[in-house]
Design a protein. Structure first.
Length: 100
């Protein structure tokens, strides 16, 4: 007997199994949470070329793998600028301020 729902059920199981892949093994660690906060803050407030604008606990960065993992995850989750510094907007020379 053929079961037509089996491929769909298998696909659903694979999708649901993949949902947990983004969670860090350190997610409940206070160092991870502090790193995530610092990384996110840096991603949204860093001034390109100004190392003083990076928020990072250097001692925790050097000693805690959880802090480093959290900082990187927080930065990547919160970054709003693309590599060109255009905050995700396409580079359009005709783009203006919207004020006339």
């Amino acid at each position: 007997m053929r079961r037509p729902f089996m491929p769909a059920l298998l696909a659903l199981a694979l999708v649901l199994a993949g949902c947990g892949l983004g969670r860090s093994e350190y997610a409940d660690d206070p160092d991870y949470k502090a790193g995530h906060s610092d990384g996110c803050w840096t991603a949204t407030s860093q001034v390109p070329g100004d190392p003083e604008s990076i928020t990072r606990n250097e001692e925790a960065w050097k000693s805690s793998e959880a802090y480093r993992a959290g900082w990187k995850a927080g930065y990547n989750a919160c970054v709003i600028r693309d590599r060109s510094g255009s905050m995700g907007m396409p580079d359009m020379p005709e783009r203006g301020t919207g004020v006339r």
